[in-house]
Design a protein around this ligand. Structure first.
Ligand code: SF4
Length: 86
């Protein structure tokens, strides 16, 4: 049997978690306004070469099909740089 109304609640919740995972906040092209306190509500710029000309303001929970997961090391470097600038 298929269809969202018959889907077990746990399965539905897991799908939401996966969706939350692949969003701008965890994308390599996202530059948050505040890298030290960024969460899914954080606003920032998208620096992907195809989207940069549009000067988009995106939030951490946005997403597009150019999503590329950022590595933890890149997050650490961004946060270290922001901490030095404070
Ligand atoms: S808009 Fe797309 S490419 Fe840009 S940061 Fe978000 S997911 Fe990444």
């Amino acid at each position: 049997m298929s269809g969202s109304s018959t889907e077990p609640e746990l399965q539905r919740n897991l799908k939401r978690i996966i969706w939350q995972y692949e969003n701008c906040l965890s994308c390599v092209w996202f530059v948050p306004n505040d890298p030290l306190n960024a969460d899914i509500l954080e606003r920032g710029k998208c620096t992907h070469s195809k989207l940069k000309p549009y000067n988009l303001l995106v939030s951490g929970r946005d997403w597009c099909n150019l999503y590329t997961e950022i590595r933890q090391r890149a997050i650490d470097l961004m946060q270290e740089k922001a901490a030095k600038e404070e």
